[in-house]
Write a protein that binds this ligand. Structure first.
Ligand code: 3HC
Length: 701
């Protein structure tokens, strides 16, 4: 029943809803590609069709179904910031449920949010086996707003309903059947619904069903426990708290009053900062994936990938490929290298199986797709060859030259370089037009971002093929100009310089890490550096031409020279023994000594000050990248930082946040820092201009 072909169907705005009649069954067909979102025209269409079908005396039952890839995947997110047009989705759901004739929903694809709310308002629900059903509103910082918080508990009970709404994670059709969310699973849901309708059936309204709410005492205890744990829940606010209120309403209040509570909560959530940020990210992620090179370019489907270098990054990329069902060759040096890479990949697969994110069978199958070899010639059938050897220009150039000799004609040759100049690497391959800087983030099998560094002369097919690989790996691609560090590491370098300056001036790594955790990052910058290894950016820093008028902080360099490379060396900003992590007291002593030698009187930094400096460093550098054309739009930078650096998604990304603070305020804060230290701060002209014009970054999207 799924129609993958529907993916390529053009969008059609006209007649997104049709009414078909045959043998006493009226079928309301929704046809609004790509995902049948319940925009105004669709809601109006369903409303009118329902009136017509109900009024027709020959109608025995009404079927709601959708063409294309899915039953509606939700309300139309793009309409949330516009004045609501009638009929509201909640009103439509009430109208469906109130229908005097039986209404059946035939489900397929991803029945999400408002789509599931429509389905729950129907009197019967039949789904194709591959259907996924869920209420993902919380991921947009909202909650189901069309009766979903009231009808779901009536169908599946409080515990399951709360689980569905609070997690936002879709469930399978078989699971939905087992908990009572749907009535049947069938390969042909439309046919099965029609057969059921023809056999004669009664109207059955979800709002009248209280059978799943009969354990009121137990349910109240459960809700109280959940409420008590609210402080520990990281979800968006106020949605996370309001979900409990609304589900509780389903238990305690009459349906209409429960719905009124839900409506108020929904309005509050839509207007919240968290929701605006999460919706911005949803739409920006999709916008970021639209590379100009894709227009008219044909991607070679990446069936085979080769990775040269099976270290941490190489193994992570290999895992991501294997899990996506791609035949993967990993080339390593000699037997020892091959064995170490196999151990790394095998251990990571085992971890996924232990965590339950991968089945044993899928893990075993993944290994059959893996070819670990020490022969570089084995890359000759790959559609994309990714070089992941150590971050050293000469070492990479040697390997890329070999890849250039052995890769097949038309193959994409990619580097996963973090900081090196892509032009110098491209040249070594002998076919720079087919070269891209594809940049994954550790752990590559988990982190969603893939930056794709594109040079002016990169062939569009190479870009399209790399993009296709990112999509196949279910990653989020973001385009960057092919310049050293691409987007994320350029910003990271700046962030680090500002953080290092605070270290030199009196802060400790732990204090900075804690302050940034308080900002919402899962790890502080020094915890991240210890995990990725201090040596990665070291070479790039040494190679970079230095502007003598600008501040340079050499703490990281001294640490590398002492062998304090981070976790892998057992010592970096922290000391690691037996999985315990404690501050590196030698480093603290070294910092005291350096300050004394350099005549720096240590000062205290408040947490808020640390956060503000790091935030401003990110925003200012992002503005520089926009001016230089490294990033195409501000929203791409937001997506890149959330998906690559784990910038807190509830903040929507630094530039969304800067717009909220106003560029005028941002410029004033940077100006104050400039006055304090001109060798560290220099306001980006774009920030200055936007502040002067009262403009926003979003104007440039
Ligand atoms: N509204 C508007 N557009 C939507 C949309 C929605 N709910 N869901 C998806 N789209 C658009 C995307 O923006 C994208 O547009 P583009 O072609 O211009 O880039 C297109 O549909 C395809 O989306 P994806 O690229 O994400 O396609 P995938 O196949 O990877 O994923 C999906 C499909 C699983 C449906 C995914 O798009 C998704 O998760 N969508 C959001 C679902 C959701 O959150 N629903 C709840 C909405 S809120 C709601 O219903 C409130 C109600 O309770 C009142």
């Amino acid at each position: 029943m799924d129609d993958p072909a529907g993916k390529s169907e053009p969008r059609r705005a006209k007649n997104p809803v049709r009414l078909e009649r045959s043998g006493g069954i009226a079928t309301i067909v929704i046809d609004n590609p790509p995902v049948n979102a319940l925009g105004t025209a669709v809601r109006q269409g369903i409303f009118v069709a329902l009136d017509l079908a109900e009024a027709d005396e020959s109608t025995k039952a009404i079927l709601i179904a959708a063409n294309g890839r899915t039953f509606p995947a939700g309300a139309d997110i793009t309409e949330f910031d516009q004045p609501a047009q009638p009929p509201e989705l909640g009103k439509l759901c009430d109208r469906i449920e109130a229908c005097s004739k039986p209404v059946l929903a035939a489900l397929h694809g991803t029945v999400l949010g408002g789509g599931l709310e429509v389905a729950m308002s129907a009197h019967y629900r039949i789904a194709a086996p591959s259907t996924k059903l869920g209420l993902p509103e919380v991921k947009l910082g909202i909650l189901p707003g069309a009766g979903g918080t009231q009808r779901t508990p009536r169908l599946v009970g409080i515990e399951h309903a709360y689980g569905l709404i609070q997690s936002g994670t879709p469930i399978s059709a078989s699971r939905a059947l087992s908990i009572g969310l749907i009535d049947a699973v069938d390969e042909d849901p439309r046919g099965a619904a029609r057969a059921l309708a023809e056999s004669g059936m009664d109207v059955r309204r979800t709002q009248d069903n209280r059978s799943k709410l009969s354990n009121a005492h137990e349910d109240m205890v459960l809700l109280q426990e959940l409420r008590a744990g609210l402080d520990q829940m990281p979800g968006p606010q106020p949605a996370t708290a309001r979900i409990i209120d609304c589900v509780e309403g389903a238990l305690l209040l009459p349906f209409e009053i429960g719905c009124a509570r839900e409506r108020d909560a929904f309005a509050e959530c839509v207007a919240s900062r968290d929701s605006q940020a999460l919706r911005h990210l949803f739409l920006s992620t999709r916008k970021a994936a639209k590379f100009p090179e894709l227009q008219g370019a044909t991607a070679n489907t990446p069936e085979q990938v080769a990775i040269v270098g099976g270290g941490l990054m190489g193994a992570g990329i290999a895992l991501a490929c294997l899990r996506a069902g791609i035949a993967t060759t990993v080339v390593e040096d000699g037997e020892a290298g091959v064995t170490a890479a196999l151990d790394r990949i095998g251990a990571a697969l085992q971890r996924s199986i232990a965590k339950g994110t991968l089945s044993e069978d899928a893990g075993a199958h993944a290994l059959t797709q893996l070819n670990l070899t020490s022969r570089i010639t084995d890359i000759s059938t790959a559609d994309i060859v990714v070089e992941t050897v150590s971050e050293d220009l000469n070492a990479k150039r040697v390997v890329l030259e070999q890849i250039g000799r052995h890769a097949k004609d038309g193959a994409v040759i990619a580097t996963n370089s973090s900081y090196l100049d892509p032009a110098a690497l491209a040249e070594a391959t002998g076919r720079p037009n087919h070269f891209v800087n594809i940049h994954f983030f550790a752990p590559a099998q988990i982190m969603p971002l893939v930056e794709i560094g594109v040079a002016p002369d990169t062939h569009p097919t190479a870009v399209a093929t790399t993009h296709a690989l990112a999509k196949k790996l279910r990653k989020t691609p973001v385009r960057s100009a092919a310049t050293p560090g691409l987007i994320v590491n350029r910003i990271l370098m700046r962030l680090r310089l500002v953080a290092d300056a605070m270290l030199e001036d009196g802060a400790t790594p732990k204090q900075i890490d804690q302050a940034m955790r308080g900002f919402g990052f899962p790890l502080g910058p020094y915890e991240v550096l210890d995990r990725s290894g201090l040596d990665i950016s070291y070479t790039a820093r040494q190679r970079q031409p230095r502007d003598a008028s600008q501040r340079y902080v050499d703490i990281g360099d001294i640490m590398v020279n002492r062998g304090w490379l981070g976790r892998k060396a057992g010592r970096g900003y922290y000391i690691y023994d037996e999985d315990r992590e404690r501050p590196n007291t030698d480093l603290l002593a070294m910092l005291d000594e350096l300050r004394a030698q350099r005549g720096i009187v240590p000062r205290r930094f408040k947490n808020q000050e640390i956060r503000d400096r790091i935030f401003l460093a990110i925003v200012n550098e992002a503005a520089v990248l926009l001016e230089q054309g490294v990033a195409s739009r501000p929203s791409d930078i937001d997506v890149a930082l959330v998906c690559g650096l784990a910038y807190p998604d509830k903040r929507g990304g630094p530039l969304h946040e800067a717009d909220h603070d106003t560029l005028f305020a941002i410029a004033q804060r940077i100006e104050a820092l400039e006055a304090e230290d001109t060798t560290l701060w220099r306001m980006a002209p774009l920030v200055k201009r936007l502040a002067r014009e009262r403009g926003k970054f979003s104007d440039l999207n």
